[in-house]
Design a protein around this ligand. Structure first.
Ligand SMILES: Nc1nc2c(ncn2[C@@H]2O[C@H](COP(=O)(O)OP(=O)(O)O)[C@@H](O)[C@H]2O)c(=O)[nH]1
Ligand SMILES: [Mg+2]
Length: 259
């Protein structure tokens, strides 16, 4: 089974992309299933094949442990780990070729707590790709983009999986800015020039150093814009996923995970 985890800040478009990519793959008659790991979501733009909400009821948790919405969500996400055997059973029954995994709205609850890495180990299958979404609204300046890429570097450190970084909702950005972003992504020296001309002082030094690390780890080369709503680069995303799923180095998901 090939899997893709969608992670990213709240509202970056994980659920919408899960819906759009599942629909796209079904057009090619591929055997694709979706797994929703967000116990707190109320409405989804797709009907998940397997849904964590069937096992974890956030309202019940809030009442039982006398928690507010934030505490309830943290407890609910942490509970995913104990429900994973049942979820795995359901997945085994369904046994798709491709599994798209939508993760909790607030990325820190998933990516930066034990649940994320445990879920990656449990549900990651033979070949797992991490798809990290960066909201285009936050990537319009060299500073914004490097800041978002630094967060994706942090995600990479945590999971150490093959990772794609998407500048999501690119349809919301004007054409001139999109062209600028494309130039920064194509050539890290152009990106450095933009940082040098638009950021000053110690922040500039920091941004340049971070860019070099991100580029050395090939994270910049695997960064591209996408829109789930306007269908921009969905084909490119699938092509990149296929390359990693079917080619590339052999690895065991379990070897990659650190707590
Ligand atoms: N314009 C535009 N809006 C999008 C796109 N993807 C998602 N959205 C909207 O952004 C909001 C958050 O999306 P959602 O998928 O729920 O984000 P999540 O919290 O990361 O799962 C919703 O209102 C979506 O309709 C996109 O590609 N373009
Ligand atoms: Mg969501």
């Amino acid at each position: 089974m090939y899997t893709a985890f969608f992670v990213g800040t709240a509202g970056s478009g994980k659920s919408q992309l899960t819906a759009t990519l599942a629909r796209y793959l079904k057009v090619y008659e591929l055997d694709v299933a979706t797994l929703n790991l967000d116990p707190g979501v109320i409405r989804l733009p797709y009907a998940p094949d397997v849904d964590v909400r069937d096992y974890i009821d956030i309202n019940e948790i809030m009442t039982e442990f006398e928690l507010g919405p934030n505490g309830g969500l943290v407890a609910a996400v942490d509970l995913i780990t104990s429900e994973s055997p049942t979820i795995l059973e359901e997945l085994k029954d369904r046994s798709p070729d491709i599994l798209l995994i939508d993760t909790p709205g607030q990325m820190e609850l998933f990516a930066f707590r034990p649940t994320g890495v445990i879920a990656a180990k449990e549900f990651g299958g033979d070949r797992c790709v991490l798809v990290n979404l960066m909201d285009a609204n936050l990537c319009q300046t060299p500073f914004g983009l490097i800041n978002s890429l630094t967060l994706s570097l942090s995600v990479y450190m945590r999971f150490f999986f093959p990772q794609l970084n998407l500048i999501s909702k690119i349809d919301l950005i004007d054409n001139n800015t999109r062209e600028e972003i494309d130039k920064w992504l194509e050539d890290n020296y152009v990106f450095e020039d933009a940082i040098n001309s638009q950021i000053t002082g110690e922040r500039r030094e920091m941004a340049i150093n971070l860019l070099r690390i991100i580029n050395d780890l090939h994270l910049l080369a695997e960064t591209f814009p996408l829109s789930s709503k306007a269908n921009v680069n969905i084909d490119q995303l699938y092509a990149k996923l296929q390359l990693i799923w079917q080619g590339g180095e052999d690895f065991q998901v379990e070897d990659r995970v650190v707590h």
